[in-house]
Design a protein around this ligand. Structure first.
Ligand SMILES: [Fe+2]
Ligand SMILES: [Fe+2]
Length: 249
């Protein structure tokens, strides 16, 4: 019998909420949320800013909140936590994982829905092959989702407040033997100059990041400079985008 760690896990990431849309039937709203189907687990990463937009987009994407095993919240900002009540109301058995410094008031409030919240401290394997960086310090403490696939490591950030390059370095230290297939999500480089963004892109390339998908709070210049430097390996995210590991080869 194959060990669980040897089983080739499927990966499908669907953007549910974003500042941008990739389909006409999706609604845009400032914030970020994506559904990660990894092996036999379904993880919702962040919940966007607006629970109504989240639930309408989910319905149009055919996503049932009852199927979610884990709700992972990257950091305590309104544009990532806004839809949380919509999800916990529809699924009272899911697990919720938040950075360890989340406010106790927020955690206590989840008890109204019968939900117990788990704090993420350091890097940890949550499911075989699926990791959190744990809480990384920054202007706002934040955790990042990292998963191993047979085409490389996938890194999903909320806002990347601890620094996008630092986060990718951390992902590399968790999987020192693996190549990084994709870094996606909010990079929070909207206030950087072109030179600073180009420096970040150069660091991405030197770290061997194969595909880059800056979205949400990455800023318009990042959405111009990344495609210029990454060419076909830039992925334009928006609500409705679906990424499978087959697209990351
Ligand atoms: Fe954000
Ligand atoms: Fe944020």
């Amino acid at each position: 019998m194959k060990k669980a760690a040897d089983v080739e896990r499927g990966l499908r990431i669907t953007i549910v909420c974003d500042n941008y849309t990739a389909r006409d039937d999706m609604e845009a709203a400032w914030g970020f949320s994506c559904l990660i189907e990894y092996g036999d687990k379904t993880i919702l990463f962040d919940t966007g800013s607006d629970g109504l937009v989240l639930s309408r987009n989910m319905a149009r994407l055919g996503i049932d909140p009852a199927d979610i095993d884990l709700l992972m919240i990257s950091h305590q900002h309104w544009d990532h936590t806004g839809g949380i009540y919509t999800i916990v109301d529809a699924n009272r058995t899911l697990e919720v994982l938040v950075p360890k410094s989340f406010s106790s008031r927020f955690i206590d409030d989840m008890k109204r829905y019968g939900i117990s919240v788990e704090p993420a401290d350091g890097p940890r394997e949550i499911y075989p092959g699926f990791f959190t960086t744990g809480e990384m310090d920054g202007r706002t403490p934040e955790q990042t989702a990292i998963m191993k696939t047979d085409v490389g490591v996938v890194v999903i950030t909320g806002c990347a407040h601890p620094g996008i390059v630092r986060i990718v370095e951390t992902a590399g230290s968790i999987f020192p033997e693996e190549k990084i297939a994709l870094v996606m999500g909010g990079f929070h480089i909207l206030d950087k100059t072109d030179e600073e963004i180009l420096e970040i892109i150069a660091r991405f390339k030197s770290m061997g990041v194969r595909f880059a998908a800056p979205s949400h709070c990455s800023g318009e210049r990042a959405r111009k400079l990344f495609p210029r430097e990454y060419g076909k390996r830039f992925i334009a995210l928006g609500a409705g985008t679906v990424i499978t590991k087959e697209k990351l080869k």
